[in-house]
Design a protein around this ligand. Structure first.
Ligand SMILES: Cc1cc2nc3c(=O)[nH]c(=O)nc-3n(C[C@H](O)[C@H](O)[C@H](O)COP(=O)(O)OP(=O)(O)OC[C@H]3O[C@@H](n4cnc5c(N)ncnc54)[C@H](O)[C@@H]3O)c2cc1C
Length: 475
């Protein structure tokens, strides 16, 4: 028996395992462990038995085999942004990919190969060296792992689709410890499933993305109007998005001027509706098309500018610091009826905290032209996503902020098809009902594939697809 293990009350097998891998095992009692167990959301305070900082696919395979053989709870950490804290657990093993962030670009084939722990900042930095980009999220510190494997909405969604629509293949270590490739020609069932429900099927160690020429300079228009103009801005938004080209991806943010150095002090806390839009094409053409969005009323502020694509991608990072408190939940909207607009305006004006916002995402374009059954992601028909990105800083407000979000989410259900974007799913507390709603008609096929690749549900710290019981499979 290892003396160190005995002294710290750990099973000796833990230390034996630690000595076999190339990476490191972080155990309780060290500062490094204390830092590694914290995720973006300060509400999450979990204490795993060990955190395995993997250095490569072999470490991941060993960690999976160890966890499975010792009946340990497993979670997988990509960028650690999941609001429910699915990257960490209490008492089990964290397969931590944060040292696996390498990115390689083949500019001729227009492909990027990124390890499963990379962030969008990592991918954008390497791909922009060649004037290329893969559709990613809108905050650069978010992991490509969680974001891509459950869809992936960003500024290129209407021009080039969701992240999964550009995911050509993955290397994935499944629950049996096997390293598999999933692509159109290799394990196509798994390839279908990882594009929307990826965290259920294994640890993705490598992603291959299609790249597109983007930038290096792109146009962001971002006028912010006073709250009293919100009805006018929302009506304009509804008409504008009906006609605009795929190059435009936009949203409305019901927000308050953040109290930080990026904004004039006299405006701090003032309620606004911001209309950010990105034009992924010629910026001159973008200026012409988007100019009317800046003239709906007299803007209180206007953050419009041409900027390097990497600056756009990290331009709002300051709004989401590590350790703030987050509870985000979303639903699709069928359209913007007069009643849906009225309710949206009320919720936008009565947000429970100034730091967070209510976001109305314009969908459609390339992402909506992929059939619902082509990937696990599910239906893409809805023209809008309404997302309650409720964020606050004082734990005393947690109950109130979470309750507000749940009520807002329930009250708007009548305007939608019943689906949601599973990357904005609160804590996933509705469990199977929520996951079914997220995947729609694809859910049953996902259960079958889950039963094939992960019959014991080793990967369950996620929006979980529960495999069929063994008896049902045997029958
Ligand atoms: C500040 C912020 C900004 C965001 N912006 C966007 C946005 O613009 N667009 C958008 O679509 N979403 C966005 N999201 C939501 C985001 O997509 C989810 O929070 C997602 O879960 C984050 O992925 P991650 O790898 O950082 O998180 P993690 O917490 O590390 O992981 C999330 C889930 O994915 C699993 N997972 C992660 N990596 C892997 C892997 N390599 N293999 C297998 N499973 C893995 C984890 O086990 C966990 O279940 C944002 C969230 C935050 C907090």
């Amino acid at each position: 028996m290892s003396t160190a293990a005995a002294q710290q009350g750990r099973a000796p097998e833990f230390d034996d395992f630690a000595s076999t891998i190339r990476g490191r095992v972080l155990a309780p009692g060290t500062q490094e462990y204390e830092e590694a167990r914290m995720v973006r959301n300060g509400l999450i305070d979990r204490r795993p038995a060990m955190i395995v900082r993997c250095q490569g696919t072999a470490d991941v395979a060993d960690a999976i085999n160890f966890a499975r053989d010792h009946q340990q709870l497993v979670s997988v950490r990509g960028g650690g942004h999941n609001v429910a804290g699915n990257a960490v657990n209490d008492g089990g093993i964290v397969i931590d990919l944060s040292d696996m962030r390498a990115v390689f670009v083949d500019p001729v084939a227009k492909r990027a190969y990124a390890q499963g722990g990379a962030t969008w900042a990592d991918v954008d930095r390497e791909t922009q060296l060649f004037g290329l980009a893969a559709p990613g999220g809108v905050v650069s510190s978010t992991g490509i792992g969680g974001l891509t494997l459950h869809g992936g909405l960003g500024w290129l969604r209407r021009k080039h689709g969701l992240c999964i629509d550009n995911l050509r293949s993955v290397e994935i270590v499944t629950a049996d410890g096997e390293v598999r490739t999933a692509s159109a020609s290799s394990n196509p069932d798994l390839y279908w499933a990882v594009r929307g429900a990826g965290s259920n099927f294994g640890v993705v160690t490598l992603m291959e993305f299609d790249l597109h020429p983007v930038g290096p300079e792109v146009l962001l228009t971002a006028p912010a109007y006073r709250a009293k103009e919100a009805p006018k801005v929302l009506r304009f938004f509804r008409e504008f998005v009906r006609e605009c080209p795929d190059e435009v991806s936009s949203e409305l943010l019901f927000w308050s001027v953040p109290a930080n150095e990026h904004f004039p002090e006299e405006l701090h806390g003032e309620q606004i509706v911001m209309f950010p839009a990105v034009y992924s094409g010629d910026p001159d053409e973008g200026e012409r098309i988007l100019q009317p969005t800046r003239e709906i009323a007299e803007p209180l502020l206007d953050l419009t500018g041409r900027m390097p694509y990497t600056a756009l991608q990290s331009g709002f990072d300051w709004a989401f610091p590590k350790g703030w408190l987050y509870y985000w939940k979303s639903l699709y909207l069928n359209d913007l009826s007069a009643e849906a607009m009225e309710e949206t305006l009320k919720l936008g004006a009565n947000r429970p905290s100034p730091e967070g916002f209510v976001a109305l995402w314009q969908l459609g374009g390339a992402m909506s032209r992929v059939p619902a059954d082509a990937t696990a992601f599910g239906s893409r028909d809805a023209p809008f996503l309404l997302s309650f990105d409720v964020t606050w800083t004082d734990a005393a407000d947690s109950e109130r902020c979470i309750a507000w979000t749940r009520n807002a989410w329930s009250s708007m259900q009548r305007f939608g098809p019943g689906g949601l974007y599973l990357n904005f799913a609160g804590f996933g507390e509705e469990k199977e009902a929520l996951v079914r709603a997220g995947y729609g008609k694809n859910y049953d096929r996902l259960v079958e594939i889950k039963t094939t690749y992960d019959p014991a549900n080793l990967f369950r710290m996620n929006q979980n697809i529960v495999p069929m019981p063994v008896s049902a499979v045997a029958d």
